[in-house]
Ligand binder design. Structure first.
Ligand SMILES: [Zn+2]
Length: 344
C-alpha cells in the first residue's frame, strides 16, 4: 500500500510549523483517480530485478561520480557503486569509494511513484508543454530554412541553364572551358546545399522524436500498462541523473534531476525496527553535494525590540541537515510505507 498523507494531496509539507510546497499539484480529482487506478493495477505486475537488467543504466550515479550497478545477494538485489561492486573498477579507484548502496525494489518504487506524480503535476506539464512548443517552433524555423535552401538551388539551376544556353552560341574553346568550369562549380554548390538540407531534415526528425517522447510521458493511459522495460524507457526520457547519496548504511538522500531542469529530493531510510520510509522533500530545499546534506532556508521570526518596535524585516536562516535529521523532522509524515510496498 502506498500511503499518501492528506496534506500531500495538496502538495504541502509542514516543516517546523511552516508550510512548504512539495511541487506536487494534482491537476484534478479525475486525474488523481486515474493515477491511483494505475497504482492499483500495478499490483498484478510484480517486477523481477536481475543483475543483468538495469532500468537505471547510465542514470543512477554515486556521489563519487561513478555509475551504480545491480548487485545480487540471494533474493536481495541492491544498487552499488561500480567502484565498490566491481573488482576491476575497485582496483582503479583507490582509495575505495566510501558511499553505500540502496535496495533496488525500494529505489524503483520511489522513482516510479515520483515519475507518475510528476507527470500529473501541472508544473512539470507546463515545462513539458513549453519544451514541446520550443521544439515545434524550432522545427518550423528549420522547415523555413529548407525552403530558403531550395530557393537557392532553384536560382543556381536557373543560372546553370542560362550558362548552358549561352554555351551553344559560342565556338571559342577557352570561353566554353570557363563556362564548363562554372557549370561544375554550380553543381558542387547545389550538392553542398542538398547535404545541408539533409542535415536539417535529420534535426527535424530528432525533434519530432523528442516531441513524441514528451507526449508519451504525458499520457496516463500508457503508464497504466507499464512493464519494467517501459519504466526504464520513461526514466531515460525524463531523468538526466539520479544521485543516491549515502554516507551511512541504509539511509541517504535521493536527488532526482529531470531533463527539463526540475530537481526533486527524497530522504530514505530502511531499518529493521521501524521499517522503510521515503519522504519527498519540499522543492524549496536544496542539495549540498559537498556536505551530503539538505539545505533548508527558513525565515527567522521577526522580533520587535523596544528601540525599533516596527522593525519587521525578515531574516533568512540557512541550515543543513543530514538524511537522519530530515527523517526525524518529518516523522509520522511518511509518504510511502515501503515495508508494505505493493511492488513486493
Ligand atoms: Zn562511488
Amino acid at each position: 500500500m502506498v500511503i499518501l498523507k492528506q496534506t500531500l494531496y495538496k502538495g504541502i509539507r509542514v516543516y517546523k510549523g511552516i508550510e512548504y510546497p512539495t511541487g506536487i499539484e494534482i491537476v484534478s480529482p479525475e486525474l488523481w483517480n486515474k493515477a491511483h487506478l494505475a497504482i492499483q493495477e500495478n499490483k498484478t505486475r510484480a517486477d523481477k530485478y536481475t543483475k543483468h537488467y538495469n532500468p537505471l543504466k547510465g542514470i543512477l550515479k554515486c556521489p563519487c561520480g561513478c555509475n551504480m550497478q545491480i548487485v545480487a545477494s540471494g533474493n536481495n538485489h541492491h544498487y552499488a557503486c561500480v567502484a565498490r561492486a566491481n573488482k576491476k573498477e575497485k582496483r582503479r579507484h583507490k582509495p575505495e569509494c566510501p558511499y553505500f548502496g540502496i535496495n533496488v525494489k525500494d529505489l524503483i518504487a520511489i522513482l516510479w511513484n515520483e515519475v507518475k506524480y510528476r507527470i500529473l503535476d501541472s508544473e512539470y506539464k507546463a515545462k513539458s508543454n513549453e519544451k514541446m512548443d520550443a521544439l515545434k517552433a524550432e522545427n518550423f524555423q528549420l522547415l523555413q530554412q529548407i525552403e530558403v535552401k531550395k530557393g537557392e538551388i532553384e536560382s543556381l539551376k536557373a543560372d546553370q541553364a542560362t550558362i548552358i544556353g549561352n554555351m551553344a552560341l559560342i565556338t571559342h574553346t577557352n570561353i566554353i572551358q570557363s563556362f564548363e568550369a562554372r557549370v561544375n562549380e554550380i553543381d558542387d554548390k547545389i550538392k553542398e546545399i542538398e547535404n545541408t538540407i539533409k542535415g536539417i531534415k535529420k534535426e527535424i526528425t530528432k525533434n519530432e522524436r523528442k516531441i513524441s517522447d514528451e507526449n508519451k510521458a504525458q499520457s496516463i493511459k500508457e503508464l497504466e500498462e507499464m512493464t519494467i522495460g517501459g519504466k526504464a524507457e520513461i526514466f531515460k526520457n525524463m531523468f538526466e541523473t539520479v544521485i543516491w547519496d549515502s554516507v551511512k548504511t541504509r539511509r541517504g538522500i535521493l536527488v532526482v534531476n529531470y531533463k527539463n531542469g526540475i530537481q526533486m529530493m527524497y530522504v530514505y531510510k530502511s531499518t529493521t525496527k521501524s521499517g522503510k520510509i521515503a519522504i519527498n522533500l519540499p522543492t524549496a530545499f536544496e542539495y549540498n553535494p559537498e556536505t551530503h546534506k539538505v539545505i533548508v532556508k527558513s525565515m527567522k521570526q521577526p522580533q520587535a525590540s523596544p528601540e525599533s518596535p516596527f522593525n519587521f524585516s525578515l531574516e533568512t536562516v540557512t541550515s543543513e541537515h543530514s538524511a537522519d535529521e530530515m527523517i526525524a523532522s518529518f516523522k509520522g509524515e511518511e509518504e510511502y510505507d515501503l515495508s508494505q510496498s505493493i511492488w513486493g
